[in-house]
Design a binder for this molecule. Sequence first.
Ligand SMILES: [Ca+2]
Ligand SMILES: [Ca+2]
Length: 257
Amino acid sequence: MDTSVKRNKKASILSDDPLWYKDAIIYQVHIKSFFDANNDGIGDFPGLLAKLDYIAELGVDAIWLLPFYPSPRRDDGYDIADYRNVHPDYGTISDVKRFITEAHARGIRVITELVINHTSDQHPWFQRARHAKPGSNHRNYYVWSDTDKKYEETRIIFIDTEPSNWTHDPVAGQYYWHRFYSHQPDLNFDNPAVLKEVLSVMRFWLDMGIDGLRLDAVPYLVEREGTNNENLPETHDILKKIRGTCCSRKRTSGRKT
Ligand SMILES: [Ca+2]
Ligand SMILES: [Ca+2]
């Protein structure tokens, strides 16, 4: 098949098939370690863009990008400090847009990784929460307690570094919940404002043209006393809301009228 025909065929699949991911060949890329375009020792979006023809030649259907957001990178970028931007070492939003356009032109979709169970403790939401009044909406963006004795049936994931899923914050005067590192406070999905913020972040990236989101750490979204706090029905309810909102919007915006 001539390349232009193949591209046209793929382009039509890009706009029409909502189940494209079912049998897609997905190529996972960590921007920082793929290709360094400006020779500063760190991979970047211009580098990935420069190697896009090579990736296309491999015959992949989609590229899955690991977290590239601004982050203190104490957990390899999974500790996100700003959901709507790019770590300056990797490039700019313009670079991302150019990458998406060029990937689509080659019949390749783009999936980005998002972490919504927790943020970095450097995220402005957490800094605001620490200083907010106990019980207020802004404090309740995260999961707080006056004791470290709640949810005791929950396993500790990083047992080699974390003695507890609770850490005391002297600024807030309360303990905050974290399923991962203590510098990664869990967002509070019992606060409707948090889901609204998360959906807004997803729309930001979907509107930019990305084709899908890989959600990290989703079994841990909601906490309930007396459970192991993993894969709870309440967490599935949140995921259904996310899928209903984001996917219906994506299908609508992708449809030609
Ligand atoms: Ca670089
Ligand atoms: Ca959680």
